[in-house]
Design a protein around this ligand. Structure first.
Ligand SMILES: [Zn+2]
Length: 95
């Protein structure tokens, strides 16, 4: 094998390895309610629920917030209760 061919083979191997490697920017999302046992989902606590809302007053989907299904359901119910008590907004005009 000539030196040039060896260099090319090395470059090809490096490229193959780089293609296989997953991008390091992707982080595994963790449900913060599963991770922290002290954190409770409560309709009387709009401060915590605010975190799961957009600035237009919509709920953030679990694929973005990272909540698990069980806790996302609980957050949804809590937000709806808080809205009934006017602790949280229904629409951006209520902010
Ligand atoms: Zn959870």
């Amino acid at each position: 094998m000539s030196p040039k061919a060896r260099l090319r083979a090395k470059a090809r191997k490096k490229a193959r390895k780089a293609a296989k490697k997953r991008p390091s920017a992707i982080r595994k999302k963790v449900c913060r309610f599963c991770a922290d046992a002290n954190l409770k989902i409560e309709y009387k606590d709009p401060k915590t629920l605010r975190y799961f809302m957009t600035e237009t007053g919509k709920l953030i989907p679990q694929r973005i917030s990272g909540n698990c299904a069980k806790h996302q359901r609980q957050v949804c119910v809590a937000v709806k209760r808080a809205r009934q008590l006017a602790l949280m907004p229904y629409a951006p005009s209520h902010m």
